[in-house]
Ligand binder design. Sequence first.
Ligand SMILES: Nc1ncnc2c1ncn2[C@@H]1O[C@H](COP(=O)(O)OP(=O)(O)O)[C@@H](O)[C@H]1O
Ligand SMILES: [Mg+2]
Length: 335
Amino acid sequence: MLKIENLSLAIAASNGDKPAVSDVSFELVPGRVLGLVGESGCGKTLTAQSILRLGEHQGIKRSGGRILLDEQDIFTMPEAQLRKVRGGRISMIFQEPMTALNPVFSIGAQLVEVIRLHLDLSRQATEERAAALLADVGLQDGKTLLTQFPDALSGGMRQRVLIAMAMAAHPDYIIADEPTTALDVSVQARIIDLLRKLQRDQQLGMLLVTHDFGLVAELADEVAVMYAGQIVERGSVHEIFEQPAHPYTRALMHCRPEMAEKGKELPAISGQVPAPGDWPTGCRFAARCPLANQACTQPVSENAWANDKHVARCVHVDAITGTKTTETKNSEACT
Ligand SMILES: Nc1ncnc2c1ncn2[C@@H]1O[C@H](COP(=O)(O)OP(=O)(O)O)[C@@H](O)[C@H]1O
Ligand SMILES: [Mg+2]
């Protein structure tokens, strides 16, 4: 299991470290998909990248918590072992297929490099594996493709190549950060179908970062909703869609009756998301929340309410759930 426990991250700045992600916890389980949703800038990418310690060279630091891969903390893992984990046990698919491939190396060279790094195969077996991987991701004529350079490929093809690279070493977990956002609408659905197929066939544990609630409804088993650097609610897709417990989740859902429609962005909610470092001591959603009162000025921890797998970071959680008045109030928060 891959367990993120009370993770906090900070961004190094000349005037001191700025907190960016606070007390985030979730688990990835083989064979299951966790959808991580939230408005732009809330910390999804920082969280996703930190699982492989990818933000460190940009000054992103862990300020608290742990990331446990089979009980071992990724933050204290020796460098050599971390290199094996990256792409070996845990792979990442980025939002930007245009920049994630190196333009000066052929597709074949880049794919072979990943296979060599992780698998101990003969030269011929490596080449066969490269061609087979391309076929697995739906790319025809692998032999020709291996000799081509990234700029000869469309965005959708590049994303397929990156997915092939991510699958090269039979990972257990895959982190997909908005994997279709940069692609043409016409190819998005096909890439999602491919990811879903690979995830199911190979029983991968997947973190799907997205701002598309419809995609989460379709693909994920569990959801974590992020707001201003915190997870404000998490639980099974069924429970969160049937009975959202946090006013932010409810606002997102009530703003969008057609929320289960694929390809739609999260709705606008009136008011501003506080920037990293400008967070209030109490609930970070309070300034936009129709239920905010004095109780919300104190720090809020994650409260389990229906069961310990469905938690919400809200002091009003018991009062909210199942009440009609709350729904009306929340829909007033929509713009
Ligand atoms: N390398 C960085 N240096 C400074 N600020 C950053 C860096 N990466 C992200 N941030 C800031 O951290 C916040 C969270 O960013 P990010 O995780 O990319 O959000 P999301 O993926 O949810 O849109 C944003 O305010 C963003 O501007
Ligand atoms: Mg992002």
